[in-house]
Write a protein that binds this ligand. Structure first.
Ligand SMILES: NC(=O)c1ccc[n+]([C@@H]2O[C@H](COP(=O)([O-])OP(=O)(O)OC[C@H]3O[C@@H](n4cnc5c(N)ncnc54)[C@H](OP(=O)(O)O)[C@@H]3O)[C@@H](O)[C@H]2O)c1
Length: 261
């Protein structure tokens, strides 16, 4: 299916790895000009080469920290400078540390809020005038933890709810020019998941990485997700092929979430 977005411009944050990178690859393969981002310059340069290998448009790398408001302004300005506007904003971010409520102090809560919520607030605010003039989509990558609390992830379970409230509000306030949706990933085999499973092995929850990974899959499809499966959904939600989808939050978790809705 041609998503009819070739030649558009997209800013994808936290895209030097994992789900952000997969989203950048999916959009780039559709001919979208993309700006990718991460803090570590070396990792970003490697990701740029990987995205370029599948791209039919341009790929620009802009380093920056999503907890720094100035870096967010720079990301949006650079996208507009390079591509004369922004049609698609895709927000990802690093994950908050795992831990139980009693392991988590005030500083952890504020850091998670800054990274997960304020980054989307600042990105949406800065990109809004440009999105309004273009094809106008926002896709926010969060977690299935907003549907079903996940053990030992108190920050993800709690703070991400703010992103869903924000996304729903934007779907009302920015419409009809801009559509806003969220995707709620279950486990996909990215660096983040490798780190979390390895931490669980270190805590003694599992004997090996393989045992942990198999346990984390925990869904009716009985496997962990390929990041490109999520990336392709992000490209679909950014395209006119999903033109009547607005204000929704789509689990991409192999059916792991038990709720009926
Ligand atoms: N993978 C999954 O199965 C899964 C499931 C549910 C939810 N999620 C959530 O989805 C998001 C992405 O996860 P992932 O698996 O793609 O993680 P990942 O593979 O570890 O990639 C994280 C990306 O975020 C960047 N990043 C981290 N902190 C940043 C910051 N302050 N400013 C700018 N970039 C930053 C990293 O680059 P630098 O470190 O170089 O900055 C990297 O490019 C996370 O919030 C995660 O919790 C993932």
């Amino acid at each position: 299916m041609d998503f009819e977005i070739a030649g558009n411009a997209a800013l994808i944050t936290a895209s030097s790895s994992g789900l952000g990178k997969a989203s950048a690859k999916a959009l780039a393969a559709e001919g979208v000009n993309v700006v990718i981002n991460g803090r570590d310059e070396e990792r970003l340069a490697e990701a740029k080469a990987e995205v370029e290998a599948v791209a039919t448009g341009e790929v620009v790398a802009q380093a920056g920290d999503l907890t720094d408001p100035d870096d967010i302004e720079t990301l949006v300005d650079r996208t507009v400078e390079e591509f004369d506007g922004i049609d698609h904003l895709v927000t990802s971010a690093g994950g908050p540390p795992s831990g139980s409520f009693l392991d988590t102090d005030d500083e952890d809560w504020y850091q998670a809020y800054d990274l997960l919520v304020m980054s989307v607030v600042r990105l949406a605010r800065a990109a809004e005038p440009h999105l309004r003039e273009g094809e106008g989509t926002i896709v926010t990558i969060t977690s299935r933890s907003v549907k079903e609390a996940i053990e030992n992830l108190v920050l993800s379970n709690s703070v991400r709810m703010g992103v869903i409230g924000l996304e729903k509000t934007l779907s009302q306030e920015f419409a009809p020019e801009i559509r806003s949706n969220a995707v709620l990933p279950g486990p996909h085999e990215t660096q983040r998941i490798k780190d979390l499973v390895n931490q669980a092995v270190e805590r003694g929850d599992y004997d090996s990485y393989e045992e942990g990974l198999a346990d984390w899959a925990g869904n009716p499809l009985d496997r962990i997700g390929d990041p490109m499966e999520l990336g392709n959904t992000v490209a679909f939600l950014s395209s006119p092929k999903s033109g009547f989808i607005n204000g929704t939050a789509i689990p991409i978790d192999g059916g792991a979430t038990g709720s009926n809705l």
